[in-house]
Design a protein around this ligand. Structure first.
Ligand code: GLU
Ligand code: MG
Length: 453
């Protein structure tokens, strides 16, 4: 931000701080998400909000090469104790937190000390990709599903203790058992003006899912953070841990963080009303073909943890195959045609992404891949019906973190879009986590990751 803009923002922040103070808000949590998928934070007393907006808050760039276990690595551009960045809250997203009385939240953009945008800022990356789409007259609507598993606070009880929400998959019994909790999750989100579409029990014992209305790419990533932290806070108030890691027990269905997207030109949803496959327009088909083509490399962003590969298994609705199909929940790319008379409902769902993903990296990279598809006239292969694991020679997505990293490091599309500092930092974190968990059993890997995100 330039100086005059900052000064204007500072005076707006003073007014916001006064409003927050009148509401009893004492502190504002300012978050960003690192390349390991962890939401990191600095907080300021409400009275310091305007100062933070004007000058930013100091934070080391080293967090861009932090691993899930809080150890760090180095990359060609980032690492070590030197340097400082300024975290600048986005006042447009300032939200009074219903699940944390006395607190508000805002995501930050990260800047160099001289005010230039920081090249490896993940939120800045999504903004750049959204602008790239806008240059072509296109815009994206996006939304993440949030899946999590509740566990008794502090870990499992003594042998024989029934874990909370252990009723059947999608079972009403779970909603009844955790009725107050789920109502409080809904209430908190609604109080924060988050439009909830659905909330339901998922497959694994104690697992739930909430989906929220689509937003622009940056907004969708911000919402993913806000929804998760709200669920975490409400869970804590109910004496529960909310586990967002890719898997919470070996050999079980894990937590996805599926990304829904639709491509628009003006008020026209390009996912429908065309003469391409399933009624999509040619532009939408090329966009999705670009995403599909890049999926093996995108896995390093969307299913980034070694634990992600314990989740991304065939026949678990996780999308382990690099194919697409209408309403196919085993395809990594599920196309959702929606009712013929509903303009806004047709969309595509990227299913192979999980709760370890940084939502900013994911939204930005998917846009980059889709636009590359349009630019190169990529063609969608025939759709796949049924479970691709049951034969037909469909392409399995990389089935190890090393294989996904290899595809990522060879992706010219993602390297160009992310820019070297961010691209290399992501690659360094992936290499670091692969080395960190080499030889770990599934149980060790699950235990090291399930409660970290
Ligand atoms: N929990 C499944 C996953 O790992 C997804 C189930 C579904 O919502 O389709 O992604
Ligand atoms: Mg689900």
């Amino acid at each position: 931000m330039q100086r005059p803009e900052r000064e204007r923002a500072e005076s707006a922040a003073r007014q916001e701080a006064a409003r927050l103070t009148a509401l009893g808000v004492r502190a504002v949590a300012l978050t960003w998400v690192d390349n390991a998928g962890i939401t990191r934070v600095k907080t300021v007393p409400t009275a310091r909000l305007a100062h933070a907006v004007r000058w930013g808050i100091g934070m080391s760039p080293v967090f861009d090469v932090y691993l899930t276990d809080d150890s760090s690595v180095t990359s060609p551009h980032i690492g070590g104790p030197d340097g400082d960045l300024r975290l600048v809250p986005d006042l447009g997203r300032l939200t009074v937190l219903a699940g944390q009385p006395g607190w508000a939240w805002a995501p930050v953009d990260r800047f160099e000390q001289d005010g230039r945008p920081y090249a490896a800022c993940q939120r800045g990356f999504v903004g750049r990709m959204a602008a790239r789409a806008a240059e072509r007259g296109l815009r994206l609507r996006m939304g993440f599903e949030t899946e999590w598993v509740v566990a008794t606070r502090g870990g499992p009880g003594p042998d024989g203790t029934r874990p909370p929400g252990a009723g059947p998959a999608y079972g009403m019994a779970r909603v009844v058992e955790l009725s107050d909790y789920l109502r409080d999750v809904l209430d908190a989100l609604t109080d924060q003006r988050v439009e909830v579409l659905q909330l339901h029990p998922e497959y694994t014992p104690g697992q739930f899912e909430v989906s929220v209305a689509a937003a622009g790419p940056v907004g969708a990533a911000d919402l993913a953070v806000l929804v998760r932290e709200t669920v975490r806070a409400v869970s804590a108030a109910h004496g529960l841990d909310a586990l967002f890691g890719p898997v919470v027990a070996p050999d079980t269905v894990g937590n996805g963080a599926h990304l829904h997207l639709s491509l628009w030109r003006g008020e026209r949803n390009l996912c429908r009303g065309g003469d391409g496959p399933c009624g999509m327009t040619a532009e939408c088909a090329a966009f999705l073909a670009g995403v599909l083509r890049e999926l093996p490399a995108l896995l390093a962003l969307g299913a980034p943890s070694p634990a992600s590969h314990l989740r991304l298994r065939p026949s678990r609705w996780a999308g382990a195959y690099g194919c697409w199909g209408p309403e196919n929940r085993e395809a990594a790319l599920r196309f959702v045609p929606g009712p013929p008379d509903a303009e806004d409902q047709a969309n595509a769902e990227v299913k192979c992404f999980d709760g370890a993903a940084n939502p900013y990296l994911v939204t930005g990279a998917v846009i980059a891949a889709g636009l590359a598809g349009i630019d190169t006239g990529a063609v969608l292969p025939p759709p796949v019906a049924g479970d691709p694991a049951r034969g037909g020679g469909h392409e399995r997505l990389p089935d190890s973190p090393a294989a996904a990293l290899d595809r990522f490091t060879r992706s010219a599309v993602l390297r160009e879009a992310l820019g070297d500092p961010l691209f290399e930092a992501v690659a360094a974190v992936r290499r670091g986590e692969i080395a960190r968990y080499e030889g770990a059993t599934a149980r060790e890997l699950v235990d090291a990751t399930k409660g970290r995100y």
